[in-house]
Design a protein around this ligand. Structure first.
Ligand SMILES: Nc1nc2c(ncn2[C@@H]2O[C@H](COP(=O)(O)OP(=O)(O)O)[C@@H](O)[C@H]2O)c(=O)[nH]1
Ligand SMILES: [Mg+2]
Length: 325
């Protein structure tokens, strides 16, 4: 199928075409890469925008259960929802969402929803590109909300925050009054903290945890992209469907304010610039893995190891070679 036909089918909302298009952007083949760039450019030209929501949380906090409940709520409101996963560990676990499909049974069968598990490629640079392009394809396919799920393992949250309009941190009720070792950098990225499992015996602990995080958020430096009262912490229960409409109302309020005040557009513009730089960096690094640079690296590396050349002198020679290449 020609890329133009595939792009048109994606834009027409054909889910099988969307799945095929995402497979194309995930491909590592050089000829597929050129086609993928073309495909994504045609998809972006449709000019559609979804609300992109990043959702992060450690395994077991209830991300899959939350996405099922939250996604079903959005679908019931007539919205179309796409779910993508970023999981750098999926090479080992075999895909995060796939193993969780049972927890998203209703959503995965709903015609207004599209769920795509992580590809089994571990390299972070590749994951970032694939997710970014998959988001663009979902937008072109007319989805209103694109949820990007990631496990909280450090680097992946930053990638997701650089792709999404809103970044949500999902937490479970803490045992004591300790903040659950959430890194400051992650807290600073959060637009909304949702303390899940606020039901049954866990409810009081969830409320305490929410209050602790609300206090911690208050201590952070005020960000220009936030209206009064944001970022905020809320309690939700994915199994009891409670707090979900409130959380959605807050997401819409925040997104609406940012749109009205230019922050939405400038965030996307900054993100585009960021990814341009990253693509160039990745491209430069990949030069080292190909001939002739690969051979020169090996030869100079051997001389450094043998004590013939200092690391610095060898690096200078290598960089000079690259400059000439
Ligand atoms: N009590 C309670 N348990 C929940 C809730 N949401 C998820 N769980 C449970 O927490 C466990 C992990 O959920 P899962 O969605 O797989 O978490 P994930 O690893 O973050 O995707 C499962 O046993 C769920 O049933 C909730 O709102 N309340
Ligand atoms: Mg899960």
């Amino acid at each position: 199928m020609e890329m133009t036909d595939l792009a048109n089918a994606v834009i027409a909302g054909d889910r099988r075409a969307l799945a095929r298009a995402i497979t194309r952007v995930e491909s590592a083949r050089a000829d597929h890469r050129a086609e993928a760039v073309d495909l994504v450019a045609q998809a972006r030209a449709a000019g559609r925008q979804a609300l992109r929501i990043g959702l992060s949380g450690t395994p077991g906090v209830g991300k899959s259960t939350f996405i099922e409940a939250f996604g079903m709520m959005l679908v019931a409101q007539g919205l179309r929802v796409a779910v993508l996963a970023v999981d750098p560990s999926s090479a080992r676990s075999g895909g995060s969402i796939l193993g969780d499909k049972t927890r998203m049974e209703r959503l995965s069968r709903d015609p207004a929803a599209f769920i795509r598990p992580s590809p089994s490629q571990a390299q972070m640079g590749g994951v970032a590109r694939r997710t970014r392009e998959a988001v663009a394809l979902c937008e072109a396919a007319g989805f209103d909300v694109v949820l990007v799920e990631t496990v909280g393992v450090g680097q992946s949250e930053t990638v997701v925050a650089e792709i999404c309009d809103l970044f949500i941190l999902l937490l479970a009720p803490a045992g004591g009054d300790e903040l659950q070792g959430v890194k400051r950098g992650i807290m600073e990225m959060a637009d909304l903290i949702l303390v899940n499992k606020a039901d049954g015996d866990l409810k009081p602990a969830a409320q305490r945890t929410r209050a602790d995080y609300a206090g911690a958020l208050h201590l952070l430096r005020r960000r220009p992209q936030d209206p009064e009262g944001f970022p905020k912490a809320l309690c939700v229960s994915a199994i009891e469907d409670s707090g979900l409409t409130e959380a959605w109302a807050d997401m819409q309020r925040l997104a609406g304010w940012r749109k009205a005040n230019g922050h939405w557009q400038s965030r996307r513009a900054h993100q585009a610039r960021h990814w341009f730089g990253e693509e160039v960096r990745q491209g430069l690094l990949s030069v080292l893995d190909r001939e002739p640079a690969k051979g020169s690296m090996a030869a100079l590396g051997a001389r450094v190891e043998a004590g013939d050349l200092s690391p610095e002198a060898a690096a200078t020679q290598m960089l000079a070679l690259l400059g000439r290449a």
